[in-house]
Ligand binder design. Structure first.
Ligand SMILES: Cc1cc2nc3c(=O)[nH]c(=O)nc-3n(C[C@H](O)[C@H](O)[C@H](O)COP(=O)(O)OP(=O)(O)OC[C@H]3O[C@@H](n4cnc5c(N)ncnc54)[C@H](O)[C@@H]3O)c2cc1C
Length: 665
């Protein structure tokens, strides 16, 4: 099994059309295709300029299904593509790759509606599976690779993709997870309504596109199923030890290896060693419940949203939902129709954006196109990515020239606030009395922007009340809100988030000279080189590390592919140089962090007075990166050897060459 688009993503034979299909079925499928992706497919397959001249102006932006085609144009466009595809079918002709003949970069620009950078073209082609994203040996696989063991902690999306990369290199690797299966976040979070808020045709591995998503924004069971299938089809199960918590990892300079202490579910303690340690323990994996006064006295049922107790039937009960963030936004509207009374305890209102296809299913015809027309699948994925990545970034960047009385940070930010405010008013309809509780008192993008899952409509329900809950306390039977009113409840759901400022908080990591990661990061002040490597911790690669979360729209799956690519390349360098250790130089990390801090200072999370889990106790943003997705992707495409110290088996520093930089744009 190799890490490749062809083997994991689809049956290689899907590129060859050997089946036959009735013309009316094909016509029906094309009729359900997203118009702009249909056009891009047609242009790629035919290369005809007259089609571009006629229809390209209808691609005004990347949002799928957001088009300006007239009905007549649409019909014409669809019948042209149907004819081309039928021709291919009836002649039983292989669909040969067209990228050699077609101006793919030009079509990528067209997919966006405006020209994109060279970097974006490369990223787009990687996401479309047109350019390889593999890391391999530069020469013959060194014999020493046989002796290198890799331990990966965490079997969520990051651990899965890191394992696939290690497998591609033919390294001896083991995945550990305290849970019982693959999936990470998507295994642990099973609360009602749980799902993505980044569109599924992009929130999926670039090497494993899934034509079967039932919705544009899939729900948790389907995502979990997808992650498990990807891991299974890559053969990862036999390399994985589930039910195994890694409680400690200590680097020993004598044998240049990490020594892990494992706790199995049945209480057995064991040890393993590995030359390389990759942590993929997640950012949002340690549920956090604040220390509410009186909580121990509460006699009702209680659990965190990420630890949903499915033995409890919430139907007909009086339920307290504590929190209004991303999880609460999905839970509240889902359970409200079934509970007797839902009381939401709100610390602060959230900005919710309405997304047209958030709740929509994917039609059978479109699924067929995604499965059987590779060009369509690529263009739809690309447009989905472009619509999600940094789409509203300008509203999160501080404009130093902007001078306004309110707390907006730029014209775009102020305008966004107006649009979202109007959206909330519209959704509340004849219940404008709810506006004071629904309307946030801080500018949009201070916190994670939520996709509206029907929050305001939920607020309008008779059996729902949203109350001020910044300083709540518990009694035996209920919860007292900020106004001193006690609400009697049968169960309390804590949608109170995760310990996000404390990466690697689930185990003790000890590097060189007995120094632990907490010694240098403290409780909540983590820093790393590109968020991945840390001076003093040789042969350690942190995935979803400090300042690598996306705050302006994008997919953590793409990030996971990026972090693991960087780690794989560094490991290749280490092995090919016959080094025993690779360790980030402090000055490289410092330089990177300085540049990062400068950019962070211009992001809303650093300046907004509103509270956000992006910041630590002292106010520094420790979770989010300030870069756009293509910027970060570009800067981590190549491991610069001058950023690292390599040491031989005697502990001596080895000379390192300067890395020739790849062209940037
Ligand atoms: C409810 C929810 C919705 C989300 N929606 C989106 C979205 O729409 N789009 C998006 O981009 N991101 C989203 N995220 C972010 C999410 O964290 C990522 O999607 C992704 O799951 C991160 O993958 P990961 O593998 O890095 O970490 P995780 O998925 O968190 O996996 C970490 C794994 O490590 C294991 N682990 C941790 N410590 C140890 C240890 N010491 N020993 C053994 N095992 C350990 C855990 O059991 C877990 O399985 C969401 C997060 C949540 C909580």
């Amino acid at each position: 099994m190799t890490f490749s688009y062809e083997t994991l993503g689809r049956d290689a034979e899907a590129e060859t059309w050997t089946a036959s299909i009735a013309s009316h079925s094909l016509k029906a499928a094309v009729a359900q295709g997203e118009p702009q992706s249909v056009l891009l497919t047609l242009l790629e397959l035919t290369g005809r300029q007259d089609f571009a001249d006629r229809w390209a102006m209808h691609i005004t932006g990347p949002n799928p299904w957001d088009h300006t085609f007239s009905e007549a144009d649409l019909q014409q466009l669809r019948s042209e593509l149907t004819a081309v595809l039928l021709d291919r079918f009836s002649s039983n002709q292989a669909l040969t790759p067209t990228e050699g003949e077609t101006d793919v970069d030009g079509l990528i620009d067209l997919a966006q509606g405006t020209p994109l950078s060279k970097t974006y073209h490369r990223l787009a082609k990687k996401e479309m599976g047109l350019e390889p994203d593999t890391v391999g040996w530069t020469k013959k696989r060194p014999d020493r690779a046989e002796d290198v063991r890799v331990a990966i902690i965490g079997a969520g999306p990051s651990g899965i993709t890191a394992a696939i990369r290690m497998q591609h290199l033919g390294l001896n690797f083991t995945l550990f997870d305290s849970a019982e299966d693959f999936g990470g976040t998507w295994l642990h979070n099973t609360y009602p309504g749980c799902g993505v808020d980044i569109a599924s045709h992009y929130f999926s591995f670039s090497y494993a596109p899934n034509p079967d998503w039932s919705r544009y924004y899939a729900k948790q069971p389907e995502i979990l199923d997808y992650l498990k299938k990807t891991a299974e089809s890559a053969g990862l199960r036999r390399h994985t030890k589930f039910g195994t918590e890694v409680v400690a990892a200590k680097f020993d300079e004598r044998d240049h290896a990490w020594h892990l202490t494992l706790h199995s579910e049945d209480g057995v303690v064991s040890n393993v060693s590995a030359e390389i340690l990759i942590t993929a323990t997640g950012l949002l994996s340690a549920p956090r419940i604040p220390d509410f006064p009186g909580l121990a006295d509460f006699r009702g049922l209680k659990f965190h949203a990420a630890q949903w107790d499915h033995s409890v039937d919430y139907a007909g009960k009086r339920v307290a939902l504590i929190g209004t963030g991303a999880s609460a936004n999905q839970i509240g509207p889902t359970i409200a129709p079934e509970v007797d009374q839902l009381t939401v305890f709100q610390r602060s209102a959230q900005w919710n954006i309405g997304v047209a296809n958030y709740l929509q299913s994917v039609s059978a015809g479109e699924k067929w196109l995604l499965a059987n027309v590779p060009e369509y699948q690529r263009w739809f994925r690309l447009r989905t990515m472009l619509s999600q990545n940094d789409s509203l970034r300008s509203a999160a960047e501080v404009d130093p020239q902007w001078d306004a009385d309110d707390d907006s940070i730029s014209a775009a930010n102020a305008q966004m606030r107006e649009i979202l405010t109007q959206y909330i008013k519209d959704e509340l309809g004849d219940r404008q009395d709810l506006l004071p509780m629904a309307l946030p008192d801080y500018p949009p993008f201070t916190k994670r922007m939520l996709r509206d899952n029907g929050w305001y409509r939920m607020m309008r329900r008779e059996n729902v009340s949203v109350v001020a809950g910044r300083d709540i306390s518990f009694t035996e039977r209920g919860i007292i809100d900020d106004n001193g009113v006690e609400h009697s409840v049968d169960m309390a759901v804590f949608a109170t988030g995760f310990d996000a400022s404390r990466p690697l908080g689930t185990l003790q990591i000890t590097g060189r000279d007995g120094c632990t990661i907490r010694d240098i990061w403290g409780d909540d002040d983590p820093r790393a080189h590109y968020g991945i490597t840390v001076p003093g911790f040789p042969n350690l690669f942190v995935l979803y590390g400090p300042n690598t979360n996306i705050g302006t729209g994008g997919s953590i799956i793409l990030q996971a592919e990026t972090w693991s690519r960087y780690a794989a390349e560094a490991i290749v360098h280490m092995i090919e140089h016959e080094a025993a250790e690779i360790e980030c130089r402090p000055e490289a990390m410092q330089k990177y962090n300085q540049a990062m801090d400068e950019r962070l200072a211009g992001m809303i999370w650093s300046v907004s007075k509103g509270s956000t889990w992006y910041r630590n106790a002292s106010g520094r943003v420790v979770t989010n990166m300030p870069w756009s997705t293509p910027e970060y992707w570009e800067m981590t495409q190549q491991v610069r050897l001058e950023d690292y110290e390599l040491s031989d088996y005697n502990g001596n520093r080895m000379p390192t060459k300067q890395t020739t930089q790849i062209e940037s744009s």
